[in-house]
Design a protein around this ligand. Structure first.
Ligand code: COA
Ligand code: AMP
Length: 637
């Protein structure tokens, strides 16, 4: 058996040979002309090849005689429901719903927005789109109508599929008013909406536009899988960039299927028939890759969990699910473990369950703080793997590849580059740095299959954001270092993206919302450390001259404004009114210094600061909120 070093070296020296072998694991209706076509500036994997992702995820297993195997387990403590779907049952539902979409005019290449809670129909909708060669764009339920409208206008869906409500812990959240509101705001109007009526809260349908999901599904003629080009888009997933306009990350069909199936064995060491649980949401990339596509491409049983790590009903729910469904591999965000540890610091609830089938815990979505990793390892006594990836990359950039070789775990590091990735740490001049030196983390081109070939409707933005700064490299937007043993450490973002409870958010976008308030002259939003969520946003606002209302009133309004424009997921709950913002002499707001002050870290007063006294004002404004407890200046930079 070749070891990791040999496999990784081959993946970089001979990427075409390496991935062509792995691509044998997927059914193709036409073989590719070229494994990697980088003749145009954007790389295209398996160019000329044809296949269908839904076939590979569902039908292929039925055809191979595994139709009776459970494909999806839906466990919803918030509705007291547990249901399983075999591969045959999934094929029946997906083919029927694809027929319903087809009846609404959806064909290969058309976009469909999926705005759904964590119910099996969310997976059915995604797979039905894939079956038709249509392009789905799942929008996370925690976004406001305005955010949904931005996505509707960008990807111009023919149909939107949604449900009457979502259930968040003890709250039932009506989805339909958000959907109707978004369609009212958007310039583009979908031809039709298919709405799944949940018994917890039904909704009204708009005559002529909306149809009841089950009525449409039951009346539909089942649709077959439509072969598409490997390079055709499978989905668009919007993620936060530096402006209010989110980036539409595009995923292709062929490279995605090849890479995800490979990752199930190489990284997760999880075989067909085993139970894989990604406790995330279908609205995020983790949900796309490892609730939906990865486990199904591998012929595993995937678990769809509608609940929270705590409070539904308690911090033992993960262990109850692992026992009840025989989960082998759990994948979640460190924030979930921080939430569990807070409620059950000794891990007493863990001991109440039989976890004999549980082999591995994987964590990602945000930097994994070593105490959280160490707590999980100590309490679970199982390999706990921090792995690093992004919406853009679709699967892990760095991981401890348990199916290839097991490396000793170093808390704070997501271990080593996965096959296909050559990660370098680059200095300001774009040259690779030495071991231990901190710089920009960049991936040498070509990127492996499964990564994003472009941004939807924004090819120039793709180049400008990711490829322009370091020619020949993909700029990840993260900074860190590589140690003497080749372990990669991801320390921080280099842009204004923050990570709140594993959710990626843009402070720039929040600033745009704050700036839209009638009384706000200037503002800044930073991410400050939070024990549970890792980071939370904090706003600083300078009011227009002459505004004479109580600060608390204005803060309440801007908090409500962010919730209304971006959504509850932004978790924007605090802001302070200040007289001025600290800036350099050229007018750049010193967000990094403000963040250090808020987090009570030692900071250096930038030599270019316009007026050092402002830092003292910022410090004073933060103390009432419990921040900046011990911040101290360490001289001038
Ligand atoms: N639909 C509607 N609203 C949603 C939502 C959804 N799908 N998801 C979250 N929200 C709302 C929440 O109800 C909350 O609203 P509130 O301000 O009215 O309380 C708000 O958005 C913020 O949500 P969140 O940051 O998730 O905080 P929380 O307190 O509800 O839960 C955790 C905190 C840690 C328990 C939760 O974030 C969690 O389970 N995270 C780990 C798993 C995960 O999802 N990772 C994602 C990427 S891998
Ligand atoms: P998203 O696109 O939402 O998956 O967020 C991607 C970002 O989350 C990355 O660019 C990192 O900043 C952060 N991230 C994800 N996983 C890790 C990890 N294991 N360690 C450190 N940061 C991570």
């Amino acid at each position: 058996m070749p070891n990791y070093a040999e496999i990784h070296a081959r993946s970089r020296k001979d990427p075409e040979g390496f991935w062509a072998e792995i691509a044998q694991g997927i059914d193709w209706t036409r073989k590719w002309d070229r494994v990697l076509d980088d003749s145009r500036p954007v790389q295209r994997w398996f160019a000329g090849g044809e296949m269908n992702t839904c076939w590979n995820a569902i039908d292929r297993h039925v055809a191979a005689g595994h139709g009776g195997r459970v494909a999806v387990i839906y466990d919803s403590p918030v509705t007291n429901t547990i249901r399983s779907f075999t591969y045959t049952e999934m094929r029946t539902r997906v083919a029927a719903f694809a027929g319903a979409l087809k009846a609404k005019g959806v064909a290969r290449g058309d976009r469909v927005i999926v705005y759904m809670p964590m119910i099996p129909e969310a997976l059915i909708a995604m797979l039905a789109c894939a079956r038709l060669g249509a392009v789905h764009s799942v929008v996370f339920g925690g976004f406001a109508a305005n955010e949904l409208a931005v996505r509707i206008d960008d990807c111009t869906p023919k149909v939107i599929v949604s449900a009457s409500c979502g259930i968040e812990g003890a709250k039932t959240l009506p989805y339909k008013p958000l959907l109707d509101g978004a369609i009212a705001i958007a310039r583009h109007k979908p031809a039709a909406c298919l709405i799944f009526q949940r018994p917890q809260l039904a909704c009204d349908l708009v005559p002529g536009r909306d149809q009841d999901w089950m009525e449409a599904e039951n009346a539909a003629k089942p649709a077959d899988c439509v072969p598409v080009l490997a390079t055709d888009p499978l989905y668009i997933l919007y993620t936060s960039g530096t402006t209010g306009q989110p980036k539409g990350v595009v995923r292709d069909n062929g490279g995605h299927a090849v890479a995800l199936k490979y990752s199930m064995s190489a990284i997760y060491d999880t075989a067909p028939g085993e139970v894989f649980w990604a406790a995330s949401d279908v609205g995020w990339v983790v949900g796309h890759s490892y609730i939906c596509y990865g486990p199904l491409l591998q012929g595993c049983t995937t678990l769809l969990f509608e609940g929270k790590p705590v409070g539904t009903p308690d911090a033992g729910v993960y262990w109850r699910i692992i026992q009840q469904h025989g989960v082998k591999t759990l994948f979640t965000a460190p924030t979930a473990f921080r939430a569990i540890r807070k409620e059950d610091p000794e891990g007493a609830l863990i001991g109440k369950y039989d976890l004999s089938k549980f082999k591995y815990l994987f964590l990602a979505g945000e930097r994994c703080d070593p105490p959280t990793l160490e707590w999980a390892m100590a309490k679970l006594n199982r390999p706990t793997v921090d792995h690093w990836w992004q919406t853009e990359t679709g699967w892990a950039i760095c991981a401890n590849p348990l199916g290839l070789e097991r490396f000793p775990i170093k808390p704070g590091s997501p271990t080593k580059p996965t096959p296909g990735w050559d990660i370098q740490v680059l200095g300001a001049d774009g040259h690779p740095l030495k071991a231990g030196e901190i710089g920009a983390l960049a991936g040498k081109l070509p990127l492996p299959p499964g990564t994003f070939p472009t941004l939807w409707n924004a090819e120039k933005r793709y180049f400008d954001s990711y490829l322009a700064e370091y020619p020949g490299y993909y700029k990840t937007g993260d900074a860190g270092y590589i140690d003497e043993d080749g372990y990669v450490y991801v320390m921080t973002r280099v842009d204004d993206v923050i990570n709140v409870a594993g959710h990626r958010l843009s402070t720039g976008q929040m600033e745009e919302v704050l700036a839209g308030h009638k009384d706000v002259a200037e503002c800044a939003v930073i991410g400050v450390a939070d024990e549970l969520k890792g980071q939370v946003p904090l706003g600083f606002v300078v009011l227009k001259a002459g505004v004479n209302r109580p600060d608390a009133e204005i803060v309440t309004e801007i908090v409500a404004l962010v919730r209304d424009k971006i959504g509850p997921v932004a978790a924007f709950k605090q802001a302070v009114i200040v007289k001025r913002l600290p800036k350099t002499r050229s007018g750049k707001i010193l967000r990094g210094t403000m963040q250090k002050i808020a987090d009570s870290q030692a900071f250096k007063q930038p030599a270019t600061i316009d007026d050092p006294a402002i830092l003292g004002e910022i410090l004073d404004s933060l103390k009432p909120l419990g921040y900046a407890k011990a911040a101290s200046s360490q001289g001038t930079l």
